[in-house]
Design a protein around this ligand. Structure first.
Ligand SMILES: Nc1ncnc2c1ncn2[C@@H]1O[C@H](COP(=O)(O)OP(=O)(O)O)[C@@H](O)[C@H]1O
Ligand SMILES: [Mg+2]
Length: 268
């Protein structure tokens, strides 16, 4: 506890943070400019362990850039970014950040369509090795178990031997989430999971993400407001590179500023 206090006093002299909460992601005063244009402008965001946080906001608000900062793909001009208490995201490479437990799922699935679902998970387990090496190596019983647990979690245990290319769009998205799980990612960054899914798949995805909260911290960027509502989680609204509002979906929907810049246009 003493260590936490020291860290927060140093990093955040002005903010009144609840030190009892276990913060996994700590972004403060992050600014990123592209040719003089501020894609992120003094952005601060705190996400607690086992929290599911939805990020919404109009196109160009800075959602993807924020993910890029967390994963080390883009470096800010100024600001602070920590994973937990000890890992300064700004001092590590993308690979190191991934190995530290940050997993990102892009909107477009990046699975191997010609391999089975099981094989895709096997490859994700040790992505440093080549495809050939991985598929012909003997799995340890622990590795097998890791894959089997992921298959159960993403509801694809019955399809394990099927070719991944045959999966529906929604199932491919779940497989990608499974790939993050076997990589032992603790903080999951998920970009627009509901896009292109059927209603049924959207409902199942909401269930999946809510069940993952028990063991993971999850940040979801999403445009589908019904989906966001169904996640029953805190929402952060980004606008012009900063946080415009934060709170329950209900408080966000009732917030006139949010309606003006974002929700109004979605519901009109
Ligand atoms: N590499 C880049 N070079 C120049 N401008 C960029 C770059 N990446 C993002 N931007 C700009 O930064 C702003 C925020 O973009 P982005 O983070 O993609 O927003 P969102 O994901 O919320 O739609 C946009 O105006 C976008 O055009
Ligand atoms: Mg984006």
């Amino acid at each position: 506890m003493k260590k936490n206090r020291l860290f927060f006093e140093r990093a955040s002299p002005t903010r009144n943070i609840d030190l009892h909460k276990d913060i996994v992601l700590y972004l403060e005063n992050i600014t990123v400019s592209f040719d003089g244009f501020k894609a992120l402008d003094n952005l601060s965001l705190y996400v607690n362990k086992n929290e599911l946080r939805c990020i919404i906001g109009p196109n160009g608000a800075g959602k993807t850039t924020m993910m890029d900062i967390i994963t080390g793909k883009t470096r800010p001009d100024k600001g602070t970014a920590w994973l937990g208490q000890n890992f300064n995201l700004l001092l590590h490479s993308e690979d190191e950040i991934a190995r530290a437990g940050v997993g990102r799922k892009f909107q477009k699935p990046t699975i191997f369509e010609n391999l089975t679902i099981f094989e895709n998970l096997e490859l994700a387990l040790d992505s440093d090795k080549g495809v050939f090496q991985t598929l012909f190596a003997q799995l340890t019983s622990q590795q097998k178990e890791t894959i089997e647990i992921a298959l159960e979690t993403i509801n694809l245990a019955d399809n394990a031997k099927e070719c991944a290319g045959l999966l529906s769009h929604g199932q491919k998205q779940w497989l990608e989430i499974g790939m993050l799980l076997v990589q032992n990612s603790q903080l999951l960054l998920i970009d627009e999971p509901a896009a292109g899914m059927t209603h049924q798949e959207i409902d199942k995805t909401a269930e999946l993400l809510m069940s993952l909260k028990k063991s993971h911290t999850i940040i979801v960027v999403e445009h589908d407001m019904d989906f966001v509502k169904s996640l029953e989680s805190p929402v952060t609204v980004l606008h012009q590179g900063s946080v415009l509002a934060e709170g329950s979906m209900k408080s966000i929907q009732d917030n006139p500023k949010v309606v003006e810049v974002y929700l109004g246009e979605l519901y009109d």
